[in-house]
Design a protein around this ligand. Structure first.
Ligand SMILES: *Cc1c(COP(=O)(O)O)cnc(C)c1O
Length: 404
């Protein structure tokens, strides 16, 4: 354990059961909260370690506040379960991991000119370099950092996003090797990212693998001897063992979601969704038939019924695209959002079933207790599970359970 979560440094408190409450009387449910089961995060990391081919390690991606799950507790849980590496997108995220006490291997890749290179090098963070400008900036920061840089060179093997284009790669590896020979840096890794690993059999996959082989061979020819070569995001980690190299680099799977319905359910990969999003009903009332509901009256009650008010809206990350579509477990049944999602709240029609203010609404979770899953929400909103969990708003407290 080397990440410390400031409010809970020894990892023993149970936020869900404040001291002073009798164990049999659960604390009242706050307006809305995201419970994150850290035992699931640990089990998912262990499952990923188990499926990594040929002794490949695991680089757990904790960017974007661990896909909305809370970066520092998830980083610590991942390390405890044996994640060899952690990775973030931005240097600010990586510096926050270091500030919390983590000392293990750590990579960040999303740099812009003038970024905090010297701070990152001084904090022993591996930095990704995907172009000549970035290599110049790293070399420029070495003196201020007071130590050689640890650099991972990123090749664009066909994603067409970050990374060095094949035409520029030979010059980049040559320049990096020259800087290494001068003692300015060490090239610790060579890596790339897949475009379509979540689409089984996609024709872009074999050419990307071949482009990666070529990029590795050119790095080798330039005299580089990287410690780690890595390519596999979650879908590749789960379904393409030929991409595993020295490390798999999963994000979503760490949090227990499947990257795409075509790749199967989480449990088919030994994964368990870590997040459950719950709310307390803010009101329940009887209304007559023909009653408009919410902005624009896009829902009109078909008859006399009971409406329940769920105090979570798009400010909390409930997509407005879930209007008239998002599933919610209330009073023992799946309900569908009635009318539009507003900034802070939405309504469900209970069809005359009774409920009380304060009763629980479960928007999504692992699905074990009949609640919808993040994948159900993704389908209802025309998006992906990644976006459903990652966009949960800053206003929603994350309650970390099982931080053992
Ligand atoms: C986000 C990201 C990952 C993790 O992707 P998942 O599909 O969530 O596993 C890996 N590598 C890079 C470069 C990323 O941006």
């Amino acid at each position: 354990m080397n990440v410390h979560h400031a409010p809970n440094p020894v990892g023993t408190a149970r936020p869900a059961e404040p001291t002073g409450s009798p164990a049999h009387a659960p604390a009242p449910l706050p307006r809305v909260r995201a419970e994150v089961d850290l035992a699931a995060v640990r089990d998912n990391v262990r499952a990923l370690r188990g499926l990594a081919r040929g002794g490949a390690g695991v680089m757990a991606v904790v960017k974007a506040d661990a896909y909305g799950h809370g970066m520092l507790p998830c980083a610590r849980a991942a390390r405890r379960a044996g994640a060899d590496w952690l990775a973030t997108a931005t240097p600010e995220e990586a510096l926050a991991v270091r500030a919390a006490g983590d000392t293990g291997p750590l990579l960040c890749w999303l740099w812009t000119p003038g970024g905090p290179w010297a701070e990152a090098l001084a904090a022993d963070i591996d930095v990704s370099v995907g172009g000549a400008w970035a290599l110049r900036e790293v070399i420029g920061a070495v003196h201020a950092a007071g130590r050689p840089a640890r650099v991972q060179l990123k090749a664009d093997t066909g994603l067409g996003r970050g990374g060095c284009a094949p035409a520029d790669w030979p010059a980049l590896v040559t320049a990096a090797r020259a800087a290494e020979a001068e003692g300015l840096l060490r090239v610790t890794g060579v890596w790339s990212h897949l475009a379509c690993a979540d689409e089984p059999g996609h024709p872009s996959i074999p050419p990307q693998l071949e482009a990666f082989r070529v990029a590795l061979a050119e790095a080798e020819r330039a005299g580089l001897r990287p410690e780690v070569r890595h390519l596999a995001n979650s879908p590749a980690a789960l379904t393409l063992p030929g991409t595993h190299y020295d490390l798999i680099r999963p994000g979503l799977a760490v949090y227990g979601l499947s990257p795409a319905p075509e790749l199967g359910l989480p449990r088919e990969h030994g994964l368990r969704p870590a997040m459950t999003l719950r709310a307390a009903l803010a009101g329940v009332k009887r209304v007559p038939g023909g009653h408009g509901v919410g902005y624009g009256h896009h829902y009109v009650t078909p008859g006399e019924t009971t409406l329940a008010l769920v105090p979570a809206g798009y400010a909390d990350g409930v997509p407005r695209h879930a209007s008239g579509a998002g599933p919610v477990l209330v009073a023992g049944k799946w309900r569908t959002i009635a009318g539009r999602v507003a900034m802070d709240q939405f309504v469900v029609d209970l069809g005359g079933d009774p409920a009380e203010p304060g009763d629980e609404a479960v928007l999504f979770g692992p699905g074990d207790d009949g609640e919808p899953t993040a994948e159900d929400w993704a389908r209802a909103c025309g998006t992906i599970g990644y976006e459903i969990v990652t966009r949960i708003g800053a206003r929603v407290p994350r309650i970390h359970l099982n931080d053992d």
